[in-house]
Design a protein around this ligand. Structure first.
Ligand SMILES: C[S@@+](CC[C@H](N)C(=O)[O-])C[C@H]1O[C@@H](n2cnc3c(N)ncnc32)[C@H](O)[C@@H]1O
Length: 237
């Protein structure tokens, strides 16, 4: 599949971040991001023994999935070789190389057969794909009927919290990113507009309809940290 402008931009955005990603992702989300990931992983039932984590990056979710169930194997797929390299180092440090495999691949064309995995997670992915419904169909395709699909994405805080969020993403985040490195400066400036544009195009009811149209049932969501994080989960019909 030909890489589109959006795909190329995502590759270029994450290429310089690999080794510093975990430390600064936590800092720039005020320490909330690990809580959101833990809740995401708690949506995956213990009997899901083969789990696919898409947009796995530096393997934070993959590692937590493996820790949550000692009989589980996890495959993490990501399109960034640099993020995967940092992820492999981290998996080895955690002593989980036997149970976590990280593979180069794209969410839009997963190298898996229909129904091959018991559950699938994806984190901060949909803002980087061109065709959200087609990607959701592809994610659902590889999960066995009844298996769980769960995602984590940044949300837009509502009411009184929204102006504070706007101030943070317009001023605080770009300034903080610029202090860290040129790569993080770009992320700091990109993130606010990317999150805002995504939810403008895909308000929650529309996104949940797309989940259902992709063959996912019992779609449920939880807003976390005043709406700054959103976890959505369902099961393959
Ligand atoms: C913000 S990082 C999240 C990494 C990890 N899931 C986490 O929670 O730390 C987003 C990841 O999505 C990956 N990505 C973006 N578009 C993708 C696509 N179409 N297919 C696979 N991976 C993609 C990027 O390379 C990057 O590693």
């Amino acid at each position: 599949m030909e890489a589109t402008a959006r795909t190329r931009h995502a590759r270029q955005l994450f290429a310089p971040l690999g080794q510093t990603y975990d430390r600064y992702a936590r800092l720039l989300s005020f320490g909330q991001d690990p809580r959101w990931r833990s809740f995401l992983v708690s949506r995956v039932p213990p009997d899901a023994l083969r789990v696919l984590d898409v947009a796995s990056g530096t393997a934070a979710v993959a590692i937590e999935l493996a820790r949550a169930q000692s009989a589980r194997t996890v495959v993490g797929v990501d399109q960034s070789p640099e993020m995967l390299e940092a992820g492999r180092d981290r998996v080895a440090q955690e002593g989980l190389s036997e149970r976590i495999e990280l593979r180069d691949g794209r969410a839009e064309a997963l190298p898996f057969a229909d129904g091959e995995v018991d559950a699938l997670t994806f984190t901060y992915l949909l803002r980087y794909v061109d065709d959200v419904p087609a990607t959701l169909r592809e994610l659902a395709r590889v999960v066995r009927p009844g298996g769980t699909v769960a995602m984590l994405e940044f949300g837009l805080p509502r009411a009184a919290w929204r102006p504070l969020w706007e101030l943070y993403v317009r001023v605080g985040l770009p300034a903080a990113g610029a202090v860290v490195s040129p790569g993080w400066r770009e992320v700091g400036s990109f993130l606010g507009p990317s999150i805002r544009d995504f939810w403008r195009e895909w308000p929650e009811p529309r996104l949940f309809d797309a989940w259902r149209e992709a063959g996912l049932a019992d779609v449920t969501a939880r807003r976390m940290s005043l709406g700054g994080g959103l976890v959505v989960w369902g099961r393959r019909a």
